[in-house]
Design a protein around this ligand. Sequence first.
Ligand code: FMN
Length: 466
Amino acid sequence: MTEFLPNHPAGQKVILLNGGYDATDIFTPIHPKGTIEKYLPAEKHLGHLDGEAPIRPKKVDPFEDERLDNLDHLPPLSAIQNIHDFEYLAKNILPIGAWSYYSCGADDEISMRENHYAYQRIFFRPRVCVDVSEVDPSTELLGSKTSVPFYVTATAMAKLGNPGGECSIARGAGKEGVIQMISTLSSNSLEEIAAARIPGATQWFQLYVNEDREMTHELIQKAEELGMKAIFITVDAPTLGNREKDRRSKFSDDPNLDLGKDAQRGSGASRALSSFIDCHLNWDDIIEIKGMTKLPVLIKGIQRVEDIFKAAEIGCSGVVLSNHGGRQLDTSPPPVEVLAEAVPLLQKMDKLKPGFEIFIDGGVRRGTDILKAVALGDNKVKVGVGLGRPFLYSNSAYGEEGVRKAIQLLKDEVELDMRLLGVRNLNELNRNFVDTRRLWSGKEAEDYLYHRNYEPIETVQFRRDE
Ligand SMILES: Cc1cc2nc3c(=O)[nH]c(=O)nc-3n(C[C@H](O)[C@H](O)[C@H](O)COP(=O)(O)O)c2cc1C
């Protein structure tokens, strides 16, 4: 390992700690099949182990028995009432490393929470006495039919929560007629996830641009060949956000271990994944990458109106208003605020080509949130709504069936809310149905379910002898 050690994207700590041990259980959930063959030259393969290697003894986790017991006593899916229930279960059944990677945000996690709370500062203006015996929440996103205006957005490492990984998300989403965006950092290979696609289902590919453009080119070609229908380039992660909750959980794996001054920044599942991302990426690169494919190219991670204009100007097919679920720059604005600000300006300036679509993700947990975002498109811009963590959590607890249930719950909520709002299809929904006056200045009501699941950030712990 000596030469490779400094280049390991996850840092040196994990390798040094596990030297001499069988690290299969640590390696497999993070690295898709074929990683070693692809990245490690054959001459580095010194041979097979003769016999079994020991597994590194873990610190005894006082909650492990309780966690395993919870896993054995999961409630039936019929008991799940809403998306928050999945999060509550995930928090109580996931190993600490997986839970902290999934649930963490950046710094003080203000953006992460505001993403959600901002929706609660928007109120509806329902229309009554409309015949709502039939309502239809289906629509088209980037030309693909979908049963609902929301989609599963790209999240890395689904296998940390469930061995079915992104493949079981693909099956669950596909069976419910919902689009799946696949992360560059998926724990299943792109080939596996494409093979798990239900016939007729749509998958999009999320691209992290590699410093090595040839690799990026190959990845795009592979995505095309495997039938992905659009490329979303993530631009909000030129470097990884400061995810303290995640880092602290990994460090607490062995709190007495002092790896010196560089160690802290290098630990945590988050950092493990990201070091190849090109921090030089600029708009000219986006134009170059657009030239590599015939697929629609969209930018994921737009956080200000000016950048929507810019993306439209260079011919992108749309943008995702997103702050990465609050995992990158803390106190970046909640995407729904950016949307509410952007659409009137876009209309006034008349800059968007027909067909330019706006997507939004972050903090969406209810059918009402989804309808608010679609309404803010004001019938001038098609809005698609992404959810990330909810599908990681439902997949972690119940695999494919959990993902289906999460979609069904959201779909039921959307249909019910459409009836109560007095709209029969999404074309009827416009800005007139929402009141945004409190969005920038008001105070939201406390969302008890959301708040109860929120895991406060820990402070530093004293060293204690084992
Ligand atoms: C565990 C986790 C992993 C993520 N991985 C990626 C990724 O690989 N690529 C990406 O563009 N966004 C990634 N995101 C951001 C999501 O695409 C999305 O912006 C965010 O989850 C939306 O917020 P929500 O989780 O509140 O729905 C990730 C988010 C989480 C929670």
